[in-house]
Write a protein that binds this ligand. Structure first.
Ligand SMILES: NC(=O)c1ccc[n+]([C@@H]2O[C@H](COP(=O)([O-])OP(=O)(O)OC[C@H]3O[C@@H](n4cnc5c(N)ncnc54)[C@H](OP(=O)(O)O)[C@@H]3O)[C@@H](O)[C@H]2O)c1
Length: 203
């Protein structure tokens, strides 16, 4: 995050102009954000994508989007060992992201689990999730993002906040949960994450 108060970002940078990136760009524009969108290379390569799929967004480089945005969403496959990351928008398919965004307070609103290690980062990510149309559900530290990876009961689920909580809570009792618990018992330090205070991302 740069500049604005954590809970009221005005410019969202989205790195990745593929299926998820363009859907989130549309939702962010509809929610009133300014949107900077970047692919992996020259912004000219995504100019047509922006014109057709995300009119109102600005095509730019990843570096520029990261520098100018209040909050950055990573809509790309990525491994970021030296960044502060909140995992979000992961268990819902891009079609559901597009179709199921609803205003806050609507009964049965679709919920999205988030996981991160810093309470302020989690609050900022929760605010974005809410403004883009979904109930945020705090799943705990980043390492607990494993509870909504592919292969879990929550992955792919379009359900409300109560059901997201229930599926997160059930995870340790599932076959996948048992496998993860066993693996972590063998490598107790494997979930450690570095946190230099330089950047905040939502991915
Ligand atoms: N599809 C879904 O329903 C869904 C749902 C939830 C989460 N996800 C996750 O979201 C991520 C993106 O999925 P997707 O379906 O949107 O993939 P996608 O359609 O293949 O798009 C990926 C985008 O990332 C860009 N990219 C790759 N490396 C980059 C970099 N270093 N800097 C900037 N942009 C970069 C690619 O740009 P170039 O083409 O220029 O390389 C491409 O536009 C994946 O991790 C996926 O697991 C997907």
């Amino acid at each position: 995050m740069n500049g604005s108060a954590p809970n009221s970002p005005e410019t969202i940078g989205i790195l990745g102009a593929g299926k998820v990136g363009t859907v989130l760009a549309r939702l962010a524009l509809a929610a009133g954000y300014r949107v900077l969108l970047a692919g992996s290379g020259d912004p000219a390569k995504i100019a047509l994508t922006v014109d057709v799929l995300t009119p109102g967004a600005v095509a730019t480089t990843g570096a520029d989007a990261a520098a100018r945005a209040d909050i950055v969403i990573l809509a790309l496959p990525a491994f970021l060992p030296e960044s502060r990351v909140v995992k979000a928008f992961n268990h819902l398919g891009y079609h559901d992201l597009e179709d199921k965004a609803r205003p806050a307070g609507q009964p049965g609103r679709t919920a999205i689990a988030i996981a991160g290690d810093d309470p302020a980062d989690l609050a900022a990510a929760a605010s974005v999730v809410d403004k883009l149309g979904f109930d945020p559900v705090n799943a705990g530290p980043l390492a607990e993002g494993i509870r909504f990876e592919p292969g879990t009961e929550l992955f792919g689920a379009d359900v409300d906040a109560n059901e997201v909580h229930a599926r997160l809570d059930r995870f340790p009792d599932t076959e996948r949960g048992q496998i993860i618990a066993h693996a972590r018992a063998q490598t107790p330090t494997s979930a450690a994450v570095a946190h230099p205070a330089s950047s905040h991302h939502t991915a």
